[in-house]
Design a protein around this ligand. Structure first.
Ligand code: ACM
Length: 635
């Protein structure tokens, strides 16, 4: 615990975005002078800075460094206040203020940094209603704890067996799958009783696994004296997980039952049932990623989109460039990358070694999950540019352009051969690590105006007859697509890859995040599309409008009811529907300063998106989902 504390409040004047008021207490037993205070806040001060009671010495994205007025001396117990206006937007939720704060002592001597306690942001003088429940209570018409719900089910409830065991004469493949699913259940619910046993006991039920061609990932369960699961390799695993879910539910809560007889016939609605995880803004250690994969598998999801680089950090070991994961994976008060998004005085650092990546990709594969790695280029590249020389134009003026997140000059320069040499070496190592057919290259949120002050970019535009940032971006993307094709990979990216002329749509998959109409438009242009609309599937958005509900607001409020009921196929014309490959939840981690926060925002919505990806529209049932999802594991 620190003996310095920062509280912040917000008031709506002046329009349009109001004022952040900061009060800093010295609760130590020594007077304070010659100090600075920094905080990280997604509600940012914009230029021209408008601060009273302090000077804003530096602002780098959401890092703000303040100097108190000359001669300030804070006695023990005393407070200092300052106010910040000209904000980037008005805060909407309690998590929109300072996420962390850092004191620097002895600024003019030997500076040292200390943590400062922070709390929620409160709006001044406003009564804040208590948020209501996020989901209805829930109700069952069928007493089975299956999530996602199957396409067709006709079961009669029976007694709860002790466990499920392999049928006699099960072959090695069947025993191996039993072992994998049993281990998955044990990892997800280490405190729960085992629902699988390799040995028959009193009250165990034998399960026979019968490989059979059928719809991809589909399965059939016939419940008799022996339970038979049939399907392709993925389908057998799905069926066994469904049996495990039913028994886990029946053992955990008497409202749920295990069937005595009947059938389930099931196949996924979409081939792409994805979840994206941003490990740049906050680093999630390999063990957390492994458990996240387990959670996806339990929900029969099959795509893990791993967002491995962004402005705030590069997280993938590249042997050719150790700087990427030294400089590029470290944030701290004295580091090239400043503290952001809840970081304190101690530097934070994290990346995945190639051995860890191989192990995680193998783990995902054993659970039927493809890992789609993303390095986000050409924008979102502050960490890369801090680590590697030569990828920007040194003649470009500082602050030539800013990303929407407030990073200056954050894009790899498309007119420098060094950029492509760098990417070639990175791709060479990535294709060796990731067997999936796609490599995701980001392509989102390049600020309009990027590179226009670059001499190299100007020359390239002249030579190629290109106009503006997005035609430059398209030129870059086409070269990147070619580099991927040479390495046997297809290009996946965010919807802005199509800007400025885009790339050859053949074999390209784009993720429609800005709004649903974008997805239809991309499909019309011939791209394959995965729907990830922020308004429903961005799990960092707050779950209710209430100030007291945590989360982001820029893409709207995404209630658990909306994430579940939303139909991404919505207005897709019939002829374009085959281009829509599926849906994906996205977990952006700007706000995710702890695992507790992660769990508060990601669940239950991730489970809702999983059901939306699997279950036919006419089989979705909000009350059933609400009743079952309470049983589901968190990170
Ligand atoms: C995104 O949200 N920038 C893909």
């Amino acid at each position: 615990m620190s003996r310095y504390r920062l509280e912040n409040t917000w008031s709506p004047d002046p329009a349009p975005y109001g004022t952040l008021k900061c009060t800093f207490w010295n609760l130590s037993d020594a007077p304070l002078s010659d100090f600075q205070l920094a905080y990280t806040s997604l509600t940012r001060a914009m230029k021209p800075f408008a601060v009273t009671g302090a000077e804003l010495a530096r602002r780098d994205a959401n890092y703000h460094l303040f100097t108190p007025p000359e001669g300030t001396r804070l006695e023990p117990g005393a407070a200092w206040s300052f106010e910040v206006t000209n904000l980037n937007r008005d805060p909407r939720h309690r998590t929109d203020g300072a996420k962390s704060a850092i004191m620097t002592l002895d600024v003019s001597g030997a500076p040292r940094h200390l943590d400062v306690e922070v709390s929620d942001l409160f709006p001044e003088g406003r009564d804040l209603p208590e948020p209501g429940p996020l989901l209805p209570e829930g109700a069952l018409t069928e007493p089975y704890a299956i999530l996602p719900w199957p396409a067709a089910l006709d079961l009669t409830p029976g007694d709860t067996p002790l466990a499920l065991c392999p049928a006699p004469d099960s072959d090695d493949d069947a025993l191996g799958l039993f072992n994998r699913v049993a281990a998955l259940h044990r990892r997800l619910y280490p405190e729960a009783r085992a629902v699988f046993s390799m040995l028959p006991m009193a009250r165990t039920r034998p399960v026979a696994l019968v490989p059979e061609d059928g719809p991809e990932g589909g399965y059939r369960i016939d419940v008799g004296e022996t339970i038979t699961v049939s399907g392709d390799a993925d389908g057998l695993r799905h069926g066994l997980i469904v049996l495990g879910q039913m028994l886990h539910g029946a053992a955990a809560d008497p409202t749920f039952r295990f069937p005595a007889s009947g059938t389930i016939t099931d196949a996924p609605r979409y081939g792409w049932r994805g979840a994206h995880l941003d490990v740049s803004r906050q680093f999630w250690p390999a063990d957390d990623v492994s458990r996240f994969l387990d959670i996806l598998a339990w929900h029969r999801m099959n795509i893990f989109h791993w967002h491995l680089s962004d402005d705030e950090g590069w997280r993938l070991e590249i042997k050719a460039y150790p700087e990427l994961t030294s400089t590029g994976a470290t944030r701290g008060p004295d580091a090239p990358l400043t503290p952001q998004l809840g970081n304190g005085a101690a530097p934070v650092h994290g990346f995945y070694t190639q051995d860890q990546v191989r192990a995680l990709v193998a783990h995902a594969g054993s659970l039927g999950i493809d890992v789609i790695p993303e390095i986000d280029i050409p924008g979102h590249s502050t960490a890369t540019l801090a680590a590697i020389d030569g990828l920007a134009d040194p003649q470009e003026a500082p602050d030539s352009y800013h990303s929407v997140q407030g990073f200056a000059n954050n894009a790899l320069n498309p007119a420098r051969e060094e950029t492509y040499d760098f990417l070639a070496r990175v791709f060479d190592e990535m294709v060796d690590l990731f067997p999936a057919e796609y490599l995701h290259i980001g392509g989102d949120e390049v600020a309009d105006g990027s590179w226009l002050n670059s001499h190299y970019a100007r020359l390239l535009m002249e030579k190629e007859g290109l106009t503006g940032t997005f035609e430059l971006q398209s030129h870059f993307m086409r070269r990147v697509a070619g580099m991927l094709a040479e390495r046997g990979k297809k290009l996946a990216g965010w919807n802005e890859v199509a800007h400025g002329g885009g790339v050859d749509p053949e074999g390209t998959l784009l993720m429609a995040w800005e709004n649903p109409e974008v997805g239809i438009d991309l499909a019309r242009q011939g791209y394959d599309v995965v729907m990830t609309p922020g308004q429903a599937y961005y799990l960092d958005m707050a779950q209710a409008d209430d100030w007291l509900e945590p989360g982001a607001a820029w893409a709207g409020t995404s209630t658990p009811v909306h994430s579940y009921t939303y139909e991404a196929e919505g207005d897709f014309p019939d002829d374009l529907r085959p281009r829509m490959k599926g849906i994906q939840a996205c977990i952006w981690c700007e706000h995710f300063t702890s695992k507790a926060y992660f769990n508060r925002l990601v669940f239950p919505r991730l489970c809702g998106v999983a059901e939306a990806a699997w279950t036919p529209k006419d089989r979705k049932d909000l009350l059933r989902y609400a009743a079952i999802v309470k049983l589901h594991p968190v990170l």
